[in-house]
Design a protein around this ligand. Structure first.
Ligand SMILES: NC(=O)c1ccc[n+]([C@@H]2O[C@H](COP(=O)([O-])OP(=O)(O)OC[C@H]3O[C@@H](n4cnc5c(N)ncnc54)[C@H](OP(=O)(O)O)[C@@H]3O)[C@@H](O)[C@H]2O)c1
Length: 225
């Protein structure tokens, strides 16, 4: 599977890129500039011995070339970035990790912004209506993703309106050691999923740790509905 990480030069995108390279996917790291995309690719090459078909591209080209996309930009950049890839993203699945955190307006990362569209992932779906948006990777920290020699001790809560797309991304994400994907239901559940992120950041600060995560218990791991 060819996966483009749109805005893959920051902490979250790079971490997801590293993990998907490890699971054997063809990864394209996207950026607004080729220099930054190439620098991110070089970073991954420094970390891993086998990077397969890892490559750098501008965001619109990465979106066109890939089968599946992951969006990892700050909320303030979400709309412009999605508009820049709209054509290439049409008909594809896009996993949106955007956190609606107050930092987007200079506030605290422990507080959520209330968006008129509901969740950031719902906003994404409105901007790229021909793309199947799945809320994913909001609850796994970049630190846990980048600690690539260790399994990740965190579930990946996802939500979206297309069951087949959720099954596709679940199969991909669950190749990452330690991660259980929990399908939380329709895309509107992203309103809850995205609010867990500032909670985890707050716990990192309060408990002086780095990679607080979340596990859902009591569900049948074989039940993929
Ligand atoms: N970091 C975490 O632990 C974590 C955890 C869960 C969710 N998230 C969410 O994941 C997303 C990415 O987080 P991050 O920490 O990786 O963010 P980041 O490092 O601040 O930004 C990621 C990339 O987005 C692009 N970008 C930044 N500002 C932009 C702008 N104004 N316009 C267009 N592109 C811009 C940049 O790529 P180029 O300059 O290369 O184009 C940048 O490298 C956020 O929405 C965050 O809430 C993060």
């Amino acid at each position: 599977m060819k996966i483009a990480i749109i805005g893959g030069t920051g902490g979250q995108g790079l971490g997801i890129a590293v993990r998907f390279v490890q699971t054997g996917e063809d990864v394209i790291i996207g950026s607004r500039t080729m220099e930054k995309a190439q620098a991110a690719v070089d970073k991954v090459k420094d970390l891993l011995t086998d990077v397969g078909n890892l490559k750098a591209a501008l965001n619109p080209d990465a979106a066109k070339e890939a089968d599946i996309l992951v969006l990892t930009v700050p909320l303030a950049a979400q709309r412009a970035t999605l508009l820049s890839i709209k054509e290439g993203a049409a008909g594809k699945i896009l996993m949106d990790a955007t956190g609606p955190l107050e930092t987007a307006i200079g506030g605290l990362p422990t507080r959520c912004l209330y968006l008129p569209e509901g969740a950031a992932a719902e906003r994404a779906q409105k901007i790229v209506p021909e793309t199947r948006v799945i809320c994913a990777f909001n609850n796994i920290s970049s630190g846990a993703l980048m600690n690539f020699t260790e399994p990740i001790d965190c579930d990946c809560l996802i939500s979206g309106d297309d069951l087949e797309s959720k099954k596709t991304v679940s199969r991909l994400i669950e190749k990452i050691p330690g991660v259980q994907v929990v399908d939380c239901g329709p895309l509107e559940r992203a309103q809850i999923i995205e609010k867990i992120t500032p909670l985890l950041i707050g716990l990192n600060i309060k408990k002086t740790c780095k990679d607080a995560g979340i596990r859902i218990t009591g569900i049948d791991p074989e039940c993929k509905l």
